[in-house]
Ligand binder design. Structure first.
Ligand SMILES: [Cu+2]
Length: 198
């Protein structure tokens, strides 16, 4: 069971990028080494017939087919990644209507949470498992960034502006909240706890 659908969506997109990046990187590296070895300078070796010569236009090399295949392949990969990214961003930016709204006020150097009933707490926030919750994040002084570490989501806390992130916690536990924007000498101690109860 994932800890939240927003999180698993984000993680599968990350894994997709990592897999494609690794495959492309491996192909390029292997090809580079192969070419380096195969065409290395050998004593007494002559230039190939179609090697570029000073003062002459080089002859045509490669084929239209190869260029076409590469173009379609690259366009296909970029299109798939772009589609996945738009889908994930859309999910992250659109909390479900029924989400419980908790206000987050960031200040040097703590996070305060205000629940829908008006009660508030500093340094920890309690949410219920299976209930989507949206955090309305703002700041009272400088720029901060409210990040739910294990949930892989975060948003800027900016004075005069409210940014939203949401999660639908699906596993009980205590999770880390950190400030991700250098906000003064107390920045590295600016943290809080997210408690998910059953
Ligand atoms: Cu901060």
């Amino acid at each position: 069971m994932p800890i939240s659908s927003v999180t698993s969506q984000w993680e599968s997109l990350f894994i997709l990028y990592a897999i494609i990046g690794t495959i492309v990187g491996a192909i390029v590296t292997i090809w580079l080494i192969t070419v380096l070895v195969r065409y290395r300078a050998r004593s007494g070796a002559k230039d190939p017939d179609d090697a570029p010569k000073v003062g002459f236009l080089p002859p045509d090399r490669g084929t239209t087919k190869a260029a076409l295949v590469m173009t379609v392949l690259v366009a296909g990969i970029l299109f798939a990644l772009a589609a996945g990214t738009f889908e994930t961003v859309h999910l992250i930016e659109n909390p479900p209507e029924e989400s419980r709204a908790i206000k987050v006020i960031a200040r040097q150097w703590q996070f305060e949470f205000v629940y829908p009933d008006g009660t508030s707490s500093v340094g920890e926030v309690t949410v219920r498992k299976g209930e989507p919750v949206v955090f309305d994040v703002t700041s009272e002084d400088v720029f901060h960034n409210f990040g739910l570490v294990e949930f892989r989501v975060r948003t800027d806390a900016i004075p005069g502006k409210v940014n939203q992130i949401w999660i639908n916690p699906e596993q009980e536990g205590i999770y880390k909240i950190l400030c991700y924007e250098l906000c003064g000498v107390g920045h590295s101690f600016m943290s809080a706890k997210l408690i998910v109860t059953g």
